[in-house]
Structures are given as C-alpha cells and as structure tokens.
Design a protein around this ligand. Structure first.
Ligand SMILES: Nc1ncnc2c1ncn2[C@@H]1O[C@H](COP(=O)(O)OP(=O)(O)OP(=O)(O)O)[C@@H](O)[C@H]1O
Ligand SMILES: [Mg+2]
Length: 357
C-alpha cells in the first residue's frame, strides 16, 4: 500500500541543519493501522508529511497510491518520468490521502456542514450530491445533529470527528493521523480511537497513526515503528514490541504504558517491597499468548519447592490480545531457583532477574 525506501529529509536554515528524517524505509500494509511513535522532535510529523509529499523528501524512493516515485534534490519524479511532478500531480497524490491533526484545523466561520463540504466543492460534484455525501459522512462519525453547528459550539472530540469526516470526504484509502488525540481528554481520546478502529475495520481504511503515547498504539495499532533522532530504530507487531522491546527508547515507551513499570520506581527508592534476602531473587516474568500465569506459579511451587511472593501483577490489553506480567520474589535453594527459572523459560515465559539476594 505504502512502501518507502531510504527516505531522507534535511531542513537547512542560516543557523543550522536538521536531519529530520534519516534513511527511513517502511512498509504500510493495506488495511492495517500502522503506528509511529517517538518523542518530540523525533521526525514523526516530517515523516508523515513525506508520505503524502506535503514535504518532498531529499532522496529515496516510494510507492504510494499506485505510483512509483523517485525523490532527488527535493523534487518528485513520478513513474520513471525525467520531469519533476508539478503542482497538479502533487495535488492529486495529496488528495488520495486524508489527514487529521492535533488541533483539528477547522474553519471557525463555517458550519460543520460547510467544513466537510469544502473539499468536495473543488471536485465538480453538484450540490445535491455534496449534500448527501456530507450527511453520509456525518452519520459515519456520529454527528448528524451537528450539521448546522459552528466549531466553537463543539467539544474537542466532536471537532476531531468533523475533521475526520472532512478528511474522508474524497473517499481516500489512506488516513494519516498526526497526534489526532493529543489535545483530547481520556474519554474523548477513547471515543476517537474507537472511531478510527471502526473506520479501519468497516471501510478497510489504512491508517498511519503518529503519536507520542504508547497507550494509543496499544489500543488500536497492528504494527508500530519507533523513531528517534530521525531514524526508525525498531519496528514490528505491536504485541511483539510490547512483549520484547529491543531498544532503550522502546523499553521506555513500553514502560510508560504498563502497570509493572512501577517497579522501576520501587527499585530506585529501594522500597521494602523489593528487598531480597540471601536465597531470594526478584524476578520480572512476562507471559505471552502461549503461557498462562497462575498455572506457571503453581507448577513451580509444586515441582520445585520455590515459594513465590507477588509484588506487582498486571494484564495489559493490546487491541484484542492480552499480555501478562508479574514481579515477584522467588525464594528457595539455588538448585530449586535454577530449576524453576529453566522451567519458566522452557514454557516461553520471559524471565528477567531484577535483584539477587
Ligand atoms: N519546516 C521546518 N523547518 C526547519 N526545521 C524543521 C521543520 N519542520 C521540522 N523541523 C525540525 O525537524 C525535526 C523533526 O521535527 P518533527 O516536527 O518531524 O518532529 P515530531 O516528531 O513530529 O515532534 P513533535 O512530537 O513535537 O510533533 C525537529 O528538530 C524540527 O525542529
Ligand atoms: Mg509532530
């Protein structure tokens, strides 16, 4: 659906040069929700603007909207052409993707209806068709009763629904979402994420979702790329990235969205909860789909004589999946502990030793 190879974008001003996107290669599959997460300044917005050529990359290649596009010297060359694409071609490509933003970007002096009708008026569609299309879009986002309202009369979540309806007016197959929930409260965030998920499932809309919050990725994304300093440093299925983060930055993002990360604070504060005596180990266990937590705990205490004292436990909801975790003090003789740890690992439970007594 979207394939980008070795895309780079540098901003140069008199004072400095910023390599906002550095040699990024990615594939977004048809019908998926692809998340991009990173801290402020990581290059997320630049990357997503490169996808629809709002920002023309300096170099690289991409396949998008059925076109093969080569990027050289800040110009785009479509389908092997030796002449750079002009505004008309670029405009067509941009319109093939919808885009939504953190601050909605609605026209304050226009009604909800007119905000959504606006992009349709440039397509040559007649007034009756525009009207029925707008009403259809309002139904889709659950705002039929707000057609005549002005943006100032809407809540943040409702404004974002209008922005989504407007982005979908031209029936794009791809929706680019740049921090669409960052300005919303938790309830509105949840309802917008649910709407995006429904659009993905019912219309088959492919969504590229930019965020700095792992909770957003966790709620609806299928796959995720992690960006740091313009680079994509890690990429994979959301479940695998959560269960087994490889990079420090990814671990920090994962920790920010899991209850078990409280243990890091307990360890820093040297809390009584995480003290270990000789013959004890403080372990973090991660249970994946194939392994079940309570069965494992009873098995090791029964078969290895190890006693398990639970400090923290959690079950994370990831889209339709769950991922369990446990932090516990294990107590026993060295051979018992060793046997228990081997058993856990053989049963596909990830074991990390946090402290040894
Ligand atoms: N038009 C521009 N001119 C100059 N520098 C830019 C421009 N746009 C972005 N940058 C720089 O490129 C880097 C990446 O910016 P970008 O907006 O892509 O980051 P981001 O990951 O979206 O951050 P945030 O989470 O704060 O939105 C930053 O250092 C930024 O200052
Ligand atoms: Mg941004």
């Amino acid at each position: 659906m979207i394939e980008i190879s070795h895309i780079s974008k540098t901003f140069t001003s008199r004072e400095n040069t910023v390599d906002a996107v550095r040699d990024v290669s990615l594939q977004v599959r048809e019908g998926e929700i692809f998340g991009v997460i990173g801290n402020s300044g990581a290059g997320k917005s630049t990357l997503v603007r490169c996808l629809n050529l709002l920002e023309i990359p300096d170099s690289g290649e991409m396949r998008v909207a059925g076109r093969r596009i080569a990027l050289r010297g800040g110009r785009a060359y479509f389908d092997g052409s030796s002449r750079p694409a002009g505004e008309k071609q670029l405009g067509q490509l941009r319109r093939s993707m919808g885009m939504i933003f953190q601050h909605f970007n609605l026209l304050d002096r226009s009604t909800v209806f007119d905000n959504i009708a606006y992009p349709l008026r440039y397509t040559g569609m007649n007034r009756t068709d525009i009207s029925s299309r707008v009403m259809e879009l309002l139904r889709l986002v659950g705002l039929t009763d707000k057609a005549g309202a002005y943006p100032s009369q809407l809540s943040g979540g409702q404004k974002q629904r209008v922005a989504i309806a407007r982005a979908l007016a031209g029936s794009p197959k791809i929706l680019l979402s740049d921090e669409a929930t960052s300005a919303l409260d938790p309830d509105a965030t949840e309802s917008i994420l649910n709407l995006l998920r429904t659009l993905n499932e019912e219309l088959g809309l492919t969504i590229v979702l930019i965020t700095h919050e792992m909770a957003v990725i966790k709620a609806i994304a299928h796959r995720v790329a992690v960006m740091e300093n313009g680079l994509v440093v890690e990429e994979g299925d959301v479940y695998d990235v959560f269960a087994n983060p490889q990079q420090d930055i990814t671990r920090r993002f994962v920790a920010s969205a899991t209850a078990l990360s409280r243990v890091d604070k307990l360890l820093r504060e040297d809390s009584p909860l995480v003290q270990v005596k000789p013959g004890e180990m403080l372990l973090r266990l991660t249970f994946s789909r194939e392994s079940v937590g309570d069965a494992a705990i009873s098995a090791i205490s029964r078969d290895y004589g190890v006693s398990v004292n639970i400090v923290l436990a959690s079950v994370e909801a990831l889209r339709d999946d769950t991922l369990g975790g446990l932090i516990a003090v294990f107590q026993g003789r060295p051979d018992q502990l060793e046997g228990a740890v081997s058993w856990l690992e053989e049963n596909r439970i990830k074991v990390e030793v946090l402290r040894r007594g």
